[in-house]
Design a protein around this ligand. Structure first.
Ligand code: ATP
Length: 228
């Protein structure tokens, strides 16, 4: 069954149309890659799912319910956890407090987050403001997991981080996949993204131009849609 189903989505910023018919879906337990060059509509698609951008056309269904146009806090409560571009944590709370503040009933605990990201255990009582960028990103992922999301959305979660930290984050994504966590991920590192993805969707100028398994996204197509 599809957990998230987007069909013919059209979204605007004021009078300016950014999405012209985005279609994508994420099934239970899948890792789905949302791809496309800069400015093609990935973040706007995610913003539309979360109610941060108001769609004017098409449909968005989550766990069988139409959610387009609902308020962000209501949508989040249905079980969507976002790790936004440019991580967001409370700087004046410790790592542990940040995690606890995000908790919503379910199976995720601070111990499970620390098992996924041992560095966060080492930094447990440090203020988030004192963490490195990579550690803050781990904390942002941990916070999203503490809400026990049915769908985890990662928007450029490894952008601008040191290679060793990126590896930790990709390892965590692969671990989450083995637990059956459904994930929608936007990232530019194809060498990491393609092996972990079950399916890919590519956007161009606000429209879905490709959907299929990573194997069918041939080097030619990668070059056409994602090459610089
Ligand atoms: P990137 O990888 O650069 O984040 P993206 O694929 O996520 O790119 P979007 O950020 O969704 O692309 O942008 C899609 C289109 O919407 C672009 O033409 C962009 O200029 C426009 N856009 C994005 N945010 C706004 C905004 N706040 N106001 C007006 N136009 C916007």
């Amino acid at each position: 069954m599809s957990l998230l189903e987007i069909e013919g989505l059209e979204s605007f910023y004021g009078a300016s149309q950014a999405l012209f018919g985005v279609t994508l879906d994420v099934r239970e337990g899948e890792v789905v890659a949302l791809m496309g060059r800069n400015g093609m509509g990935k973040t706007t698609t995610i913003g539309s799912v979360l109610g941060l951008v108001r769609p004017r056309g098409g449909s968005i269904r989550f766990a069988g319910r139409a959610i387009a146009g609902q308020r962000p806090h209501r949508i989040a409560r249905l079980g969507i956890g976002l790790v936004p571009e440019g991580r967001r944590c409370f700087p004046n709370l410790t790592v542990h407090e940040n995690l606890v503040a995000a908790a919503r009933g379910g199976t995720w605990t601070t111990d499970k987050v620390v098992a996924l990201f041992p560095r966060l255990g080492e930094r447990r009582d440090q203020y988030a403001s004192t963490l490195s960028g990579g550690e803050q990103q781990m904390l942002a992922i941990g916070r999203a997991l503490m809400t026990n999301p049915s769908l985890l959305i990662l928007d450029e979660a490894t952008e601008g981080l040191a290679p060793v930290i990126r590896q930790d984050i990709w390892r965590a994504i692969r671990t989450l996949k083995t637990t059956g966590q459904s994930i929608l991920v936007v990232d530019k590192t194809l060498s990491e993204l393609l092996p972990v993805a079950d399916r890919c969707f590519v956007l161009e100028k606000g429209t879905t131009v490709f959907s299929g398994t990573p194997e069918t996204l041939t080097p030619d197509l990668q070059d056409r849609y994602l090459g610089v």
